[in-house]
Design a protein around this ligand. Structure first.
Ligand code: TYM
Length: 329
């Protein structure tokens, strides 16, 4: 039985990238492993959210997690800021993280370029906080999307560095994990890049059928292949990547064959994609609507989750403090 952990920042509604990158795989693993799933609200503070919106977002994503299939009877579901042990481990690990390596992290460079007016220390040490989330529960597997690969690599580095420096095997090295062999990058349908909230190209679990169909039918395409077996331009590849994720392999093969023989009709391809996305998301949407209204239940889930998470976190922090040399008088 492995320890599995994952988390998502409460930046609004969950989109297909979050769902297929981190959540769906987790919901499959939760019955066979010891699982922790959390809302990374401390990480969200880098962008200074307004306090009232912030709480509403946390509550919202919690309802969406549960609607997407997280089962609080088997998985430990909690809010990151309810676990102060994480912040203490973050302080300890910060001493082992060097400025140069943090500055070279691709996600830091990208955020610093996009938001040059808000390059705060929390942004620089974001990967250290993420490592603390993972290491505090000594997780072995971390379901994440491709964009988190480097953060997992850095987590492994910090685990090794801590164990070597203090001569104690406190932290195992976790691996990034997804349902195929490779980590998933769910693309947007706007021509290039990944699906994301800040990219403004999200298809959300809470979207209704009409909205989903509209978004998919607007996907960027071209005038179609003119030669058999010609390479696919990125916007078309992206449609196929999504189809790969939500449709059966027969359906995908059918459209690939049509593309390769230059008989593809993008309208049909998009209709199929919209149908298959709806099959995945509409049942989740119904549950989101029910759960969002049940604040009492949501509160119970995270209160119980935080008790379990703190127990596990305190046990690890005890070992880490001992290794570092914090001793009782
Ligand atoms: P965040 O909130 O940006 O995204 C949450 C999860 O969703 C995945 N994801 C995607 N996967 C594939 N394709 C996409 N288009 C896509 N968009 C988002 C992300 O890879 C991620 O798995 N730092 C993390 C949150 C975090 C965390 C952790 C995760 C904090 N501590 C510890 C795992 C373990 C983040 O910002 O993810």
């Amino acid at each position: 039985m492995d320890i599995v952990l994952s988390g998502i920042r409460p930046t609004g509604e969950l989109h297909l990238g979050n769902y297929f990158g981190a959540l769906r795989n987790f919901t499959k693993m939760q019955y066979e492993n010891r699982c922790y799933f959390f809302i990374a609200d401390l990480h969200s503070l880098t962008t200074h959210p307004k306090p009232d919106d912030f709480h509403a977002n946390v509550s919202n994503v919690l309802a969406e997690y549960l609607a997407a299939g997280l089962d609080p009877e088997v998985a430990t579901i909690f809010v990151q800021s309810d676990i102060p042990e994480v912040s203490e481990l973050y302080v300890i690990l910060n001493m082992l993280a060097y400025k140069g390596e943090l500055e070279r992290t691709p996600s830091f460079k990208e955020k610093a370029r996009k938001h040059a007016d808000n390059i705060n220390a929390g942004l620089l040490t974001y990967p250290v906080l993420m490592a603390s989330d993972i290491l505090i529960h000594r997780a072995a597997k971390v379901p994440v999307g491709k964009d988190q690969e480097q953060h997992l690599e850095f987590t492994r580095l910090l685990a090794r560095r801590f164990n070597n420096m203090y001569g104690a095997e406190v932290f195992p090295e976790p691996t990034a994990y997804n349902f195929g062999n490779d980590l998933v990058k769910v693309p947007g349908l706007d021509g290039g890049g990944k699906m994301g909230k800040s990219e403004g190209n999200g298809i959300y679990l809470s979207d209704d059928e009409k909205t989903i169909r509209k978004k998919v039918m607007r996907a960027v395409t071209d005038s179609g292949p003119t030669e058999p077996n010609s390479p696919m331009p990125e916007p078309i590849q992206n449609i196929f990547t999504l189809l790969d994720i939500v449709s059966t392999s027969d359906t995908v093969q059918h459209f690939r064959d049509k593309y390769n023989s230059c008989e593809i009709r993008y309208g049909e391809l998009k209709k199929q994609l919209a149908d298959d996305i709806c099959k995945v998301t509409l049942p989740i949407r119904e549950r989101i609507l029910e759960l969002t209204a049940d604040k009492e239940y949501l509160g119970k889930v995270v209160r119980e989750g935080s008790v379990k998470a703190r127990e596990s976190a305190a046990a690890t922090l005890y070992e880490a403090r001992k290794a570092v040399g914090f001793r009782p008088f």
